[in-house]
Design a protein around this ligand. Structure first.
Ligand code: FE2
Ligand code: FE2
Length: 173
C-alpha cells in the first residue's frame, strides 16, 4: 500500500493559483490545464507505484507531475502571441510555448511550492525532445512519459469531438 494520491496533492490542488489553471484552455476547447495536470499526475503516480518506487519518490514524482504545466498564461491568446513578436528568426522559434514552458513552469512552481532540484529538473525537461533541458533522472523520464500518454489521449479526444461537431453540423445543414 503506497501513499495516497489525495494526501500527496491536496495542498497544491487547493492553492488559488492552481485552481486558476481551470480557466486556461489546453488540448482543445474541452480540456483545461487543470484537467491535463491532474490526469498527468494520476498517470505518473500509477507509473511510479507500478515500478515499485519508494513512498518518497512516488510523492515527489506525483507533485512534480501536477505542477509540470504551471506556466500561468493562456498560450492560445493574442497577448501571448504578441509577446513572441519581440523575438526574430530562430529565436522566435526557440521561445515558442512548446520549447520554453517547462522552464517557465519550473521557475514559477518553485516560487509557490517547496520543490527539490530533481523535481524542478523533471518539470523543466518534460517536453523532451523539444525542451532545452534533457531528462536526467527517473522522475524526469516518468513525468515526460506520463505527459505524452495523457496529451496523446486528450488530443485524440479533441480531434474526435471536433469531427463529431462538424459531422453533426453538416447533417443538420
Ligand atoms: Fe507541458
Ligand atoms: Fe503537459
Amino acid at each position: 500500500m503506497g501513499p495516497s494520491f489525495s494526501a500527496a496533492t491536496e495542498d497544491i490542488l487547493a492553492h488559488p493559483l492552481f485552481q486558476d489553471t481551470r480557466r486556461l484552455k489546453h488540448h482543445g476547447a474541452d480540456n483545461s490545464v487543470y484537467d491535463h495536470s491532474v490526469a498527468t499526475a494520476r498517470t505518473a503516480y500509477h507509473m511510479a507505484c507500478a515500478l515499485g518506487l519508494s513512498d518518497a519518490d512516488v510523492i515527489s514524482i506525483t507533485r512534480a507531475a501536477l505542477l509540470h504545466d504551471f506556466f500561468g498564461y493562456d498560450w492560445h491568446d493574442e497577448s501571448y502571441r504578441r509577446s513572441l513578436r519581440r523575438y526574430r528568426g530562430i529565436r522566435r522559434l526557440t521561445h515558442m510555448h512548446a520549447f520554453m514552458h517547462g522552464l517557465t513552469a519550473a521557475r514559477r512552481a518553485s516560487r509557490y511550492f517547496a520543490l527539490s532540484d530533481r523535481q524542478c529538473d523533471a518539470i523543466a525537461a518534460h517536453m523532451f525532445p523539444l525542451s532545452p533541458v534533457l531528462p536526467r533522472t527517473r522522475e524526469a523520464w516518468i513525468l515526460t512519459a506520463a505527459d505524452k500518454v495523457v496529451a496523446s489521449r486528450e488530443m485524440s479526444q479533441c480531434v474526435y469531438l471536433t469531427m463529431r461537431r462538424l459531422f453533426r453540423r453538416a447533417l443538420a445543414g
